[in-house]
Design a protein around this ligand. Structure first.
Ligand code: 3HC
Length: 312
């Protein structure tokens, strides 16, 4: 087939909503785009384990500790599915991790904020996992097959994460005055960074046009952000908490909330590496990777020995 025919086939598959599979022909830029997005997503999952992991030893009860351990472990699993999906594009795990460790690849801005109180664990589940699901539901239909299939399982688990976070917030907001204040303080600190998770406004998003054309993203950053606000504000009202946005108001004609503008300068600063915890997070990941070298070496030596035995 000529290059033109290959491209026509690829476009026709997308038109028919068929998934693109690892051995299919695809434009180089599509491959690069998917590797970039899937690997950033994988990095977000494993860096996201750090702020929550900080609270495992301080969880307020055995039940809370068990649930939090399970949640953090789920995130590691999500990272593994996503690294595997990225590897089907022909890039190695080592290369992907190297991109994270050298700061070449991004991970979600949200994980560069500190978890100061137990209520932050509730707010992360409710808002951060809530925002993640809002985005990831559409990714179950993303055009790259291995990514879409990984997202089906991830969404089920994220949905449980969101509920456990909301339940923590419910308990705190119906608790003592001090507990309710703690819940409000967590909402105040996590609200705007959660809105930033959806990425820059559409007009300033360099990747959205191609992502939508190639059906990698099915909806834009602003569409998803709006849906998140519409869904989450009534949940905050139910808790008796106040969303920290003086411009927030329901617009009956649009059947949607108008809301204020996130601080995009803060967002850009965080993704450039200058957020409150960027250095700590990256330092922890690089340190864990170095400490784990002996495990990788032992596994490789064992596999080599096994292969030699099988070949003999
Ligand atoms: N944090 C860090 N970087 C971000 C960002 C964020 N919140 N939002 C955008 N960016 C980066 C982009 O990666 C891009 O950088 P690059 O070109 O150097 O790669 C740049 O800012 C411009 O943004 P675009 O809008 O053009 O980028 P995208 O079209 O890729 O949209 C996205 C950004 C919405 C995050 C998209 O990549 C996406 O949907 N990714 C998959 C989902 C994902 O990564 N989620 C992470 C959330 S956390 C999570 O899932 C863990 C869970 O346990 C909570």
């Amino acid at each position: 087939m000529t290059p033109e025919q290959l491209e026509q086939n690829f476009d026709a598959k997308l038109q028919r909503n068929e998934s693109i599979e690892p051995k299919d022909w695809m434009p180089d830029n599509y491959r690069k785009h998917v590797i970039r997005q899937v690997s950033q997503h994988a990095h977000s999952e494993i860096v996201g384990m750090l702020p929550e992991g900080n609270w495992i030893t301080r969880a307020p009860s055995m039940r809370r500790k068990m649930v939090l351990i399970a949640k953090v472990q789920d995130e590691a699993g999500h990272g593994l599915y996503l690294y595997s999906a990225a590897e089907t594009m022909g890039i190695s795990r080592d290369e992907l991790l190297d991109q994270l460790h050298t700061g070449k690849a991004k991970y979600s801005s949200i994980f560069n904020y500190p978890t100061l109180t137990w209520a932050d664990i509730g707010a992360i589940g409710w808002l951060v996992d809530g925002a993640a699901i809002m985005n990831q539901v559409m990714l179950q239909r993303t055009s790259y097959g291995p990514y879409a299939r990984a997202m089906v399982r991830i969404c089920k688990e994220e949905s449980f994460h969101q509920r456990q976070g909301y339940e923590i917030m419910q308990v705190l907001s119906k608790g003592t005055v001090a507990q309710k204040e703690m819940a409000q303080d967590a909402l105040n600190r996590w609200w705007w960074p959660s809105l930033m998770m959806f990425g820059p406004p559409d007009a300033e998003s360099p990747n959205t046009a191609n992502a939508v054309k190639w059906k990698i993203k099915r909806e834009s950053n602003d569409q998803l952000r709006q849906r998140f606000v519409n869904t989450t504000v009534p949940q905050a009202e139910y808790l008796g908490l106040t969303v920290p946005d003086k411009d927030l108001k329901w617009d009956e004609s649009k059947k949607a909330y108008d809301f204020g503008t996130p601080d995009w300068e803060e967002f850009n600063n965080v993704i450039r590496g200058n957020g409150p915890c960027n250095k700590e997070r990256l330092g922890a990941r690089v340190g864990a990777h170095k400490k784990g070298a002996w495990v990788r070496e032992a596994a490789a030596a064992y596999a080599e020995k096994k292969n030699k035995k099988a070949a003999a």
